[in-house]
Design a protein around this ligand. Structure first.
Ligand code: SF4
Length: 325
């Protein structure tokens, strides 16, 4: 079996697949004016099956379904079942704003979803609405509890760390995992094409969280196989964990293990890269599988050693909804 490796010896076992760039929230740091695109032309279930089959045959064992908001797709459960059935896919995860998680949790579990990451930047309805432009805080919280109740294996919270908005509430976020077996990860706000002013106002480094964790007796945990970039911490008095995703930290890209495919079939070598390799012409028929695998491997040769955010190069990612974060 070939393995997806780049020129720097990094192995890519993790595919982040965006199934739509549509989102129904208006997060200030991403789509402050709401979705403005053309909500069509996304990969079909058959194209997704062919795509994931190729990646799995190249050694990818973890697939994350992202958006926009993936669950806005009416055929989302079909996609989940289809990806779950692809030989070689050992872990299936999704990232969601959880607006319909309470309703779908049981069906997701039954369809083979192993892990759910919920985007949640505020722990009260007012702040939630301020950041997301949406009023469904209670439904999101009920969705998290429902996902726990139906026994989805891994539930995580993604919280974008925002200066002047939630950086003074770290204690409340720590408290959130005292009794919940959930991993809550603070993510440094990332610069994208559309958010310069917001970034300048609200970016703060993950060091802020690390200092508080160290001061309160939290201990770093060893990363698991196929895990993403989060550094997680545990504490004997807490059922859950706290994590930090710090793209601005030195060495962040050394362990890069993920590739992204956009909702219209573009292979993105890096979240902060330029351009994408169009895979869609090779997703039309099953007999194109070998050509598709060759195309993916040759495209990977172009992957850069790291992002260049520190040099002001944030690639051509207009906003995170366009690539699935
Ligand atoms: S920024 Fe790019 S190179 Fe760095 S970890 Fe993320 S995807 Fe990999």
């Amino acid at each position: 079996m070939h393995t997806l490796r780049d020129r720097f010896g990094r192995r890519f076992s993790y595919l982040r697949l965006s199934v739509t760039d549509v989102c129904n929230f208006r997060c200030e740091y991403c789509l402050p004016n709401g979705y403005q695109g053309r909500p069509r032309g996304f990969l079909s279930v058959a194209e997704i099956r062919r795509l994931v089959t190729a990646f799995a045959q190249l050694g990818t064992f973890k697939v994350r379904l992202t958006g926009g908001e993936p669950s806005v797709r009416r055929d989302f459960l079909d996609i989940v079942r289809t990806v779950r059935e692809v030989p070689g896919v050992q872990r299936l995860a999704m990232t969601t704003n959880a607006y319909r998680l309470e309703r779908d949790a049981e069906a997701l579990k039954a369809s083979g979803m192993d892990a759910v990451n919920v985007s949640l930047d505020g722990l009260d309805a007012t702040q939630f609405q301020r950041i997301t432009g949406d009023r469904r805080f209670d439904r999101v919280m009920a969705g998290i509890d429902r996902a726990l109740a139906v026994g989805i294996d891994r539930i995580k919270i993604n919280t974008v760390l925002l200066k002047g908005l939630n950086d003074h509430q770290l204690g409340d976020f720590f408290e959130f995992v005292r009794t919940r077996p959930i991993s809550l990860r603070f993510i440094e706000l990332m610069r994208t094409g559309d958010n310069q002013a917001y970034f300048d106002r609200h970016h703060v480094g993950g060091e802020l969280v690390r200092t508080q964790l160290d001061g309160a007796g939290w201990q770093p945990c060893a990363p698991g196989r196929g895990d993403g970039p989060a550094v997680e911490y545990a504490h004997p008095d807490y059922a859950g964990r706290i994590g930090i995703i710090a793209p601005y930290a030195p060495g962040f890209c050394e362990g890069c293990n993920r590739l992204r495919v956009t909702a219209r079939g573009g292979l993105r070598l890096c979240l902060f890269g330029h351009g994408s390799a169009d895979l869609r012409p090779l997703l039309a028929r099953d007999d194109q599988l070998e050509a598709l695998k060759t195309h993916i491997m040759s495209a990977l040769f172009e992957k850069r050693p790291a992002h260049f955010l520190g040099q002001g190069d944030f690639g051509d990612t207009a906003h995170l909804a366009s690539t699935g974060g």
